[in-house]
Design a protein around this ligand. Structure first.
Ligand code: GAR
Length: 217
């Protein structure tokens, strides 16, 4: 049986769109049941509806600092849709430790850096200021700490000297759209085992080669 997935967004929803697209495949082990935004003006809501996916707004702003009250409404929407797995896709609202604990092992996030480097805001700018030659994106299980938790999958890109935060973000975003569906496929098909702080992948042989940057020639 396909795992029932909710995608939580706050804005553009390009990762959401990549997940929706991937889940159209008959052999994909998960179905996107609902998209929930904490902002009524999130562009992703319309995109979801155009794809025939139920799209719901639960505005977080009226709840102010009462995160638990917002999450009670969120949880009832998740219950109503009998959700098995949550994918955060640019969801910009901090979640309480209680909510995170309740969903531990069943809630994924994507972040545009090779975690544990550069969590938080402006990860692409952080990468450029640190002068790293390789950056990328990470799909991980959500824990109480922001942009941390057992890593399911990473993808890397070379950073070039003339990159700006925007050009680097655009290249990383292409990687995000590849790895998020692949990571969800692994999790939904039960191939990921969490051992302490680390994920182990059944039948995994690592990646498909080395990425070395810059080229020496
Ligand atoms: C993505 O780049 C995602 O990795 C990032 O927000 C963007 C959302 O774009 N998430 C974080 O920085 C989480 N800390 P999208 O709405 O087009 O998917």
């Amino acid at each position: 049986m396909k795992r029932r997935v909710a995608i939580l967004i706050s804005g553009r929803g390009s990762n959401m769109a990549a997940l929706i697209e991937a889940a159209r495949l008959a052999d994909f082990p998960a179905e996107i049941v609902v998209v929930i935004s904490n902002r009524a003006d999130a562009d992703g809501l319309e995109k979801a509806r155009q794809s025939g996916i139920a799209a719901v707004t639960i505005e977080s702003q009226p709840f102010g600092k009462d995160r638990a009250a917002f999450e009670a409404v969120l949880q009832s929407a998740l219950d109503q849709h009998r959700i098995d797995l949550i994918c955060l896709g640019g969801f910009m609202r901090l979640l309480t430790a209680e909510f995170v604990q309740r969903w531990f092992g069943r809630m994924l996030n994507i972040h545009p850096s090779l975690l544990p480097s550069f969590p938080g805001l402006d990860p692409q700018g952080q990468a450029l200021r640190a002068g790293v030659k390789i950056s990328g994106a990470t799909v991980h299980f959500v824990v109480a700490e922001t942009d941390a938790g057992p890593i399911v999958m990473q993808g890397a890109v070379a950073v070039s000297d003339d990159d700006t935060a925007d050009t680097l973000a655009a290249r990383i975003l292409q990687i995000e759209h590849r790895i998020y569906p692949d990571a969800l496929r692994l999790v939904a098909s039960g191939k990921i085992r969490i051992e302490g702080d680390v994920c182990k992948t059944a039948g995994s042989a690592g990646g498909d080669g080395a990425l070395i940057s810059p080229a020496a020639s």
